[in-house]
Design a protein around this ligand. Structure first.
Ligand SMILES: [Zn+2]
Length: 244
């Protein structure tokens, strides 16, 4: 009897159908991986389906949470930072303007631009890298904001704020560890503040419960009552983000 090396299967976890790719190979242990394509379970050749499913169930909390929290697969076309393109920042479109200058970024928040809405000006040296400058500006703004929001949610919990840093992980919006503190994906800066706050509240709740147990979700609930709707909105909004 031969078993196919790669199969598409489904399993019910926490009341929802979760699709996964079962990949058999000469490995010795079972392993889970989640990326933009979804869940893949790596399995040694002779392990039966019952053992595979109980292994996935043992990690159900992590699987469901990571699948819901992962940034969706990026669209094929990256966005070129040209004059006039719109970049979402905190859920609002900012028009990019390229100008000559000393490699500096100016955020024109208000209507001083003749009512055209907010303008993000990249004042570039000749031969300057527009994309690099734009990323730096967005990341700087993100880090400042994320630090403020983490402080705010820690204050509500009565905990000292941990160090906050940026990540560009492929599979998650945020992470929390006692060693490195809270890491948040820099692309969150594109999203409306309430969605950023959900990710922040989720990671801050991990300061109390380093797992996804019912106790953990009750801490999230006190910090961010409408977390289920936010998770759904985050999944949708994340899929629509530009790739820079
Ligand atoms: Zn979590």
């Amino acid at each position: 009897m031969s078993t196919p090396a790669v199969e598409s299967r489904e399993i019910e976890l926490a009341g929802q159908r979760v699709g996964y790719t079962l990949r058999r190979s000469v490995r010795k242990t079972l392993g889970l991986r989640i990326d933009h394509r979804g869940l893949t379970v790596g399995v040694p050749l002779r392990v039966g389906l019952g053992e595979v499913e109980s292994f996935i169930r043992k990690h159900a909390g992590w699987v469901v949470d990571t699948l819901q929290a992962r940034p969706a697969s990026p669209p094929a076309e990256p966005l070129a930072p040209c004059d006039g393109v719109e970049i979402p920042v905190l859920g609002k479109p900012w028009r990019l303007r390229l100008a000559r200058g000393g490699n500096r970024v100016v955020w024109h928040e208000g209507f001083e631009q003749g009512g055209s809405g907010p303008v993000l000006e990249l004042a570039l040296r000749s031969g300057g890298n527009a994309r690099g400058l734009l990323l730096k500006a967005l990341q700087q703004r993100g880090l400042e904001l994320f630090r403020n929001r983490v402080e705010e949610y820690c204050l509500r919990l009565g905990r000292p704020a941990p160090p906050v840093s940026l990540s560009s992980a492929r599979t998650r919006w945020g992470s929390c560890s006692s060693r490195s503190g809270i890491r948040l994906h820099w692309r969150l800066i594109h999203l409306p503040l309430p969605l950023i706050d959900y990710v922040v509240a989720h990671e801050v709740a991990h300061l109390v419960e380093m797992n996804h147990s019912p106790k953990f979700w009750s801490v999230v609930e006190t910090l961010y009552p409408d977390h289920a709707a936010a998770r759904r909105a985050l999944r949708q909004a994340g899929a629509a983000l530009p790739v820079l």
